[in-house]
Design a protein around this ligand. Structure first.
Ligand SMILES: Cc1cc2nc3c(=O)[nH]c(=O)nc-3n(C[C@H](O)[C@H](O)[C@H](O)COP(=O)(O)OP(=O)(O)OC[C@H]3O[C@@H](n4cnc5c(N)ncnc54)[C@H](O)[C@@H]3O)c2cc1C
Ligand code: SF4
Length: 549
């Protein structure tokens, strides 16, 4: 396929970009999908397996060590440099498939209330809440499309948003933790069910079912049962004959013609300093909530002196993530096994149902199986255990199978001061200014997180844990965005308070769209990817509708 001039160029082949490429290619468009990371085909490497949990540098996926960011808690501070995979970097993998290759597969729909949070919550001092420019009902068919095209398993959430169709397949069958957690939750008066997972419980669309390995969250799937865009929509895009994927291609800038209309992108391949141009009628950015603002702000011209789409100083503002954490309990008998993916329990009793902090809680699930190093990294060794030698080893050996880890998510409040922009002093190895993250969490997040941590403790105690460890929640946290980053180019009707309109099109720019996590107006009380992906389908439909022929 001739790629110098195409109909659409999609930047970033991750959880959202793969969907956009496939939708546009199926609509008859000639598409180039550019990805700064490599295109991996196998995932059997031990080094991959241990890399995420141990921070070992030599991993087969990016980002590169030189893809640093800078972080600070307020704009009065000088930002400090952080490397990929360090706690404050908010690293998502750079690879064809993006975060969806390594993610845990939690695939939640947001609740209808989440789309009108400003109306429901009223003004919250210090927070920048807004209603979304679309409703849950608008997005519902696109959630369904994502669940069916990608492949999501699970069962009916008794408190879930209204849906036209059930999930396309039943849950992955239980591991040992289900027998402990489901009855305990019922005794507490909650309604447990099986977590929706983008993991196949049965063969689906030519892909095999999950083989229940012990390495899921944080690892690539060796059999393609995890519904990443790498094994679902990207191959379909390629099969149309109209989509070319170019890996290891870093997009530096969106270019404009002599009239100020965006006309393509400049990119460079790994190992080369030459800049190549692809011209396109439409540019769709899917580079993630920390990299999309960077690209827009690095795309300066006389027509866009503050960066593309940044006329009203909104690009990068409101970056946020859901509050998510884990809690664990130690038992005096075996309660778990190493049968993956391990996630087989959820409760969703804590959103929009009760007044007080619990109104904006979220869900509790059990966590994926933990490789030994992951267990060692997460478990808290009690004070009475000597922190070295035989006693410590005995503790690890005993509690590897006598512990249950829960995982909770909850709502958080976006702040306009929390922002991604470009660092004036720090550049990557290509000479491109890096993302600078300014982040200080809203003080009220801690109340909500504490509420959810207490519910985790209730559940673990009811399940029979003899000791329970919940996270230490702090009010003034400067912990930056997590891997659930979102909201940095929020969608809205008003160009003075948002970056893109309700179709994802950058305000006042005719042919540049955003279709990734940046668009989300606020977190839901869940992991965000299925909502990001439903929006990617929604934006793709709008692009195809508005730019025919
Ligand atoms: C270990 C782990 C577990 C997770 N578990 C879950 C889960 O269970 N459920 C859930 O909902 N979410 C989960 N997440 C988060 C999830 O991965 C993200 O929400 C999702 O990937 C975001 O989608 P995106 O399309 O916005 O960005 P990405 O998926 O990150 O895609 C962006 C892509 O753009 C590329 N890119 C960036 N800049 C450029 C550039 N300049 N030029 C070219 N390419 C570029 C990147 O390399 C990347 O591949 C998890 C993440 C991790 C790391
Ligand atoms: S648990 Fe299943 S879906 Fe997860 S990586 Fe292993 S085989 Fe793949």
């Amino acid at each position: 396929m001739e790629t110098d001039r195409v109909d659409a160029v999609v930047v970033g082949a991750g959880a959202s970009g793969g969907i956009v490429a496939k939708e546009l290619a199926e609509a008859g468009w000639r598409v180039v999908l550019l990805e700064r990371g490599p295109w991996l085909e196998t995932f059997g490497h031990l080094e991959t397996r241990d890399a995420w949990v141990t921070g070992i540098d030599r991993v087969p996926f990016g980002p590169e060590r030189s893809d640093v960011r800078t972080v600070r808690a307020s704009d009065r501070e000088t930002a400090r440099t952080v490397e990929p995979r360090s706690a404050l970097h908010a690293t998502l993998p750079s690879v064809v498939g993006g975060g969806s290759v390594y993610y845990g597969g939690f695939a939640w729909r947001f609740k209808p209330e989440t789309f009108r949070l400003r109306t429901l919550a009223g003004p919250v001092p210090g927070a920048n809440l807004a209603d979304w420019p679309l409703t849950y009902d608008d997005l519902e068919p696109f959630y369904e499309k994502a669940e069916y095209e990608l492949g999501v398993s699970g069962d009916e959430n008794p408190w879930g948003a209204p849906r036209r169709k059930p999930l396309p397949m039943p849950p992955v069958s239980d591991n040992r933790e289900a027998a402990v957690l489901h009855p305990a939750a019922r005794r507490l008066g909650w309604k447990p069910f099986h977590t929706p997972l983008a993991i196949l419980s049965q063969p689906y669309r030519g892909r095999s079912a999950c083989v229940r390995c012990a390495f899921c969250n944080g690892f690539g799937c060796e059999v393609g049962a995890k519904s990443s865009t790498l094994v679902t929509v990207i191959p379909e895009a390629i099969r149309t004959g109209r989509c070319r994927v170019i890996p290891q291609a870093f997009v530096r800038e969106i270019t404009v013609d002599g009239h100020g209309t965006p006309d393509g992108v400049l990119f460079e391949r790994a190992g080369s300093r030459a800049h190549q141009k692809i011209s396109a009628r439409v540019i769709v950015i899917c580079a993630s909530a920390t990299e999309t603002p960077r690209l827009l702000l690095n795309s300066k011209s006389k027509f866009f002196p503050a960066g593309l789409g940044n006329e009203h100083d909104q690009v990068g503002r409101n970056i946020e993530n859901d509050g998510s954490f884990s809690a664990h309990g130690l038992f005096d008998h075996v309660v778990t096994d190493q049968i993956g993916p391990g996630v087989c329990f959820a409760v969703d009793d804590f959103q929009f149902r009760h007044p007080g902090a619990g109104r904006l809680g979220g869900m509790i699930s059990n966590l994926h199986t933990r490789p030994p190093l992951g267990f060692v990294a997460r478990v808290q060794v009690p004070d009475h255990v000597r922190p070295y030698g035989r006693e410590l080893k005995e503790f690890y050996r005993t509690y590897f199978l006598q512990s249950i880890f829960l995982y909770a998510t909850c709502h958080t409040f976006p702040r306009a001061e929390n922002r991604v922009d470009t660092d004036p002093a720090v550049r990557d190895a290509r000479g491109v200014p890096v993302s600078r993250i300014t982040y200080h969490q809203h003080a009220r997040n801690a109340e909500i997180e504490q509420f959810m941590a207490d519910r985790c403790a209730d559940l673990l105690r009811e399940a029979g844990a003899k000791s329970v460890v919940t996270p230490h929640i702090v009010r003034e946290s400067e912990a930056g965005p997590s891997t659930h980053q979102l909201g940095s180019c929020r969608m809205g009707n008003d160009p003075f308070s948002s970056v893109a309109d309700r179709t994802g099109r950058v305000h006042n720019v005719p042919n540049v769209y955003i279709a990734d996590g940046s668009l989300l107006v606020n977190p839901g009380g869940y992991n965000p990817s299925l909502t990001i992906q439903a929006l990617a389908y929604w934006v793709s439909a709008a692009v195809a509708r508005s730019h025919r022929g």
